[in-house]
Design a protein around this ligand. Sequence first.
Ligand code: SDX
Length: 429
Amino acid sequence: MADASQDTAQLTYDGKTYNLPVVEGSEGERAIDIRTLRAESGLITLDPGFGNSGSCRSAITYIDGEKGILRYRGYPIEELASHSTFLEVAWLLLYGELPSEAELATFTDEITRHTMLHEDYRRLFDFMPKNAHPMPVAAAAVAALSTFYREADNEDRIHRAVVRLLAKMPTIAAYAYKHSIGQPPTYPKNDLGYCSNFLHMMYATPCEPYAVDPVVAKALDLLLILHADHEQNCSTSTVRLVGSSLSSLFATIASGISALWGPLHGGANQKVIEMLERIADEEGSADVFLKKAKDKDDTTRLMGFGHRVYKSYDPRAAILKETCKGVIERVGGSSQLLEIAMRLEEIALSDSYFVERKLYPNVDFYSGVIYKAIGIPVNMFTVMFTMGRLPGWIAQWLEMRKDSDFRIGRPRQVYTGSAKRAYVPLGKR
Ligand code: SDX
């Protein structure tokens, strides 16, 4: 029972009553602070998947899953999507305020000047199998940055590590792609913006330059903004846990990349496109597919639908759905996958299975349609998610290290194994 007037919750167990403080966030959400629970009562809590457990206090991103609200440092995602740029949003997430013109210019210049990779480091990609998925390549490459750059153990080195990560991630992504198709890497150009430089590195070859379409670069910038942070999701919680051991920032980010790869998390954007293409190729109707997605005995899921926090429309999906049409028209791509996606959404949102479980499109449902329309290979979709989420992971890592509550993460468990028993030597078992 939480009594906000006294800011305490009372737990009564085994004839004893424990008073636990209730903390309240700046948007009015409340939490029972249980950090003294075990010492006082011997009890721990159990919450598989942490659906009811807060791991930290954070001032970076606010989500209201019931109302479909997402804000970075208080700014609504809709406004940032309409007016901001990815590097400006990255600064906002990292440092808490929108940058001045001078701050943004300096930040942009710093990042531009760190986009190249050390030639010895670049050769890392030469030893990767060409058919390797680019996510483990990206995770390995980011972890390997620890072998080239000194530990980020003071403010100056931390800043340089942050700049290097943000600067080199697009180059790492593009090099992984170029290696996978047997082409030589295209080096970054300092006269191009962040997204234009990435597209240049992805598609220019020694034989011919690549003319970046500003509409495509802008669509990519929007996609990166929408993916930039999302409070304590699976990969961010991984970054906080690994970072809490004071491991290298590069190794910590590599752990976030590995967590994001999973199809239930960032890997869903690739699975959505594969799902849409399967429906298109098999001439199967959206209705047939949804029937499988609802069948408890069928592992098929409507990928890109459902969310642990959003029990209403993911605001990022709404923005992406609107963006799809304009980008496809501009690049002259097929709208078939978008039409299938919209048909799936239309049917699902009027189907009791999805409505009762409050399953709506999430960020991954429409993002792949845009990535595909601008020519990003399907197996690179989650690498694009990685590029977008990078400033969020770093911001959460920075906040954790400065938190007065900082301590190494170490959850408890409820043991369900064998009671004490004596060892039985071989031959007597
Ligand atoms: C991201 O956390 C974040 O913020 C993540 C993210 C970010 O920005 O970091 O937003 C990015 O990861 C988005 C999610 C991408 N994943 C997918 O689109 C994969 C498909 N979705 C699901 O697997 C699922 O909805 C999750 C993983 C997203 C959420 O899973 P939960 O919260 O553990 O919910 P659940 O699996 O317990 O599902 C509740 C019910 C179950 O049915 P019942 O047991 O009640 O009968 O809903 C069903 C599930 O079977 N269900 C689905 C479904 N998602 C949930 N049924 C069919 N299709 C789906 N997509």
